[in-house]
Design a protein around this ligand. Structure first.
Ligand code: AP5
Ligand code: MG
Length: 215
């Protein structure tokens, strides 16, 4: 099963990806997580990506396409994969089509999670995530049991540096200009599924599960 999870910043892609991989055994591939890991490890890729991420801009296509090509060639992707946050530009979508053709595979579904802007800003300003296991919480909607501590592993909860309000606004603008056109790209291909992301997490997931169960 080869799945793309799309949606604006804060739509719930990471939250839903965790639920999906518990039911469907495919690797969760998030370009944002890959870049953040590179930043934490202080690699050359991390240094390059950080400049863009801190401003809410997209990392250049050639860098992003390069890391995705390498990742999709790994053995665990043979059984399928769940892409979260890639593709994000038309150039990336076309590059993905080429990679899929080379691997004789197809994208089966592109799921777009839609949420109104004002809700996205509210969600991101109250998001915290675990430094250790990356579990995501929301201080207003899904707070951890102990303040600042991850329920799952006891790790420290931190705010993402790109969740400052001004950066969030930039990310939303970039999304509208560069990523929104992908909705019609996948619609024309016939594999777009729209999901209402402005409902309880469990209800969003049951809508997604229905789509995946029908593939
Ligand atoms: P990335 O990490 O992909 O960030 P994003 O797309 O901006 O999305 P987020 O991770 O912020 O949100 P999400 O949809 O995963 O929501 P979440 O589940 O956490 O990218 C970061 C940066 O990396 C980019 O800006 C760019 O610089 C670079 N980058 C990444 N990919 C790239 C690419 N392909 N090309 C170029 N550059 C790239 O949920 C958010 C909050 O809401 C949480 O607190 C959660 O608990 C809460 N929540 C979730 N669902 C619900 C619900 N149903 N109801 C209530 N609250 C909810
Ligand atoms: Mg995410």
């Amino acid at each position: 099963m080869n799945i793309i999870l799309m949606g604006p910043p804060g739509a719930g892609k990471g939250t839903q990806a965790e639920l999906i991989i518990a039911d469907f055994p495919v690797p969760h591939i998030s370009t944002g997580d890959m870049f953040r890991e590179a930043v934490t490890n202080g690699t050359e890729l991390g240094e390059e990506a950080k400049k863009y991420m801190d401003e809410g801009r997209l990392v250049p296509d050639e860098v992003t396409v390069g890391i995705i090509k390498e990742r999709l060639a790994q053995d665990d992707c043979k059984k399928g994969f769940l892409l979260d946050g890639f593709p994000r530009t038309l150039v990336q979508a076309k590059a993905l089509d080429e990679v899929m053709a080379e691997l004789s595979k197809e994208i089966e579904v592109a799921i777009n999670i839609a949420v109104p802007d004002e809700i996205l800003i509210e969600r991101l300003s109250s998001r915290v995530s675990c430094e250790n296991c990356k579990a995501v919480y929301n201080l207003k909607l899904n707070a951890p049991e102990k303040e600042g501590i991850c329920n799952k592993c006891g790790g420290k909860l931190v705010q993402r540096s790109d969740d400052q309000e001004e950066t969030v606004r930039n990310r939303l603008n970039v999304y509208k200009e560069e990523t929104n056109p992908l909705i019609s790209y996948y619609h024309k291909k016939g594999n777009l599924k729209e999901i209402d992301g402005y409902q309880d997490t469990k209800n969003v997931y049951s809508d997604i599960k229905r789509v995946l169960g029908n593939l």
